[in-house]
Ligand binder design. Structure first.
Ligand code: CA
Ligand code: CA
Length: 248
């Protein structure tokens, strides 16, 4: 822990996901726990546990201890863990909150899809995007944005979402799918294949509250920016908010 980083106004220790129960200590002091409760939160085993460690870290080496108890299926601490520094890691997206009416986004799609920026029921805010995808295997919705990036750096791309009556698309199983294009100054792809890197989220048909999904990418050699496109092929109603891309 470099001493200057301790001056950050807020420091969060993010434990990627604990499957299922977990207890966490920092330098021997208990700082948090998560107890899996299927009625309370059936997804806690795959979601991040964020612990505020502002004023709890010291310069130099700090020791984090995590005890995990698994009682069903696979278990463990199984997603990347890292520190998030207050304002040091700004969202690279121009407007991922949609409070500025989706500045910096390009919208697209095929078929009778529709979207609107609604001013009710955003995630901890007013605005979010509401998307409707019809029952049509050829229809889809897409949203694209571009973020500046540094070759070799790792990035977390995350969003909040809700769904209602989302069904299957017989042609496209992995949806929503996220496409990353690492580009040079001319906008050309710089991956070995000259193509894309794909990721996807497994999302329930209907959610009762906002959920979070996160994926990670590493910018390849020669990257100047990353074009990020989200594709929604599954029919139904989607709400999206607080889309972010941060350098880790
Ligand atoms: Ca388990
Ligand atoms: Ca919002």
């Amino acid at each position: 822990m470099p001493a200057e980083k301790l001056e950050s106004p807020r420091i969060i220790l993010r434990l990627g996901a604990i499957d299922e129960d977990g207890w966490v200590w920092l330098n021997g002091e208990p700082i948090g726990e998560v107890i899996f409760d299927i009625a309370e939160d059936p997804d806690s085993w795959k979601n991040p546990l964020d612990l505020d460690v502002t004023d709890k870290l010291k310069p130099g080496t700090n020791t984090v201890a995590v005890r995990v108890r698994d009682q069903s299926g696979m278990g463990g601490l199984w997603k990347p863990c890292y520190l998030i520094y207050g304002d040091d890691r700004p969202n690279l997206l121009k407007d991922g909150s949609f409070e500025a009416q989706a500045e910096g986004w390009g919208f697209g799609g095929k078929g009778e899809v529709s979207h609107e920026i609604i001013d009710t029921d955003g995630y901890l805010s007013d605005h979010c995007v509401q998307v409707r995808v019809p029952e049509d295997p050829d229809a889809h919705w897409s949203m694209t944005t571009v973020v500046p990036a540094t070759a070799g750096a790792r990035y977390a791309f995350s969003l909040r979402y809700k769904t209602q009556d989302v069904g299957e698309n017989p042609k496209v199983k992995s949806s929503p799918a996220i496409r990353f294009t690492f580009r040079d100054e001319d906008g050309k792809s710089v991956t070995d294949t000259g193509g894309y890197v794909w990721s996807s989220f497994k999302v329930p048909d209907t959610t009762t509250s906002w959920r979070e999904a996160t994926t990670y990418v590493k910018a390849v050699e020669g990257t100047v920016n990353i074009a990020i496109t989200m594709f929604f092929h599954r029919p139904g109603t989607w709400w999206l908010d607080d889309v972010s891309c941060t350098e880790l």
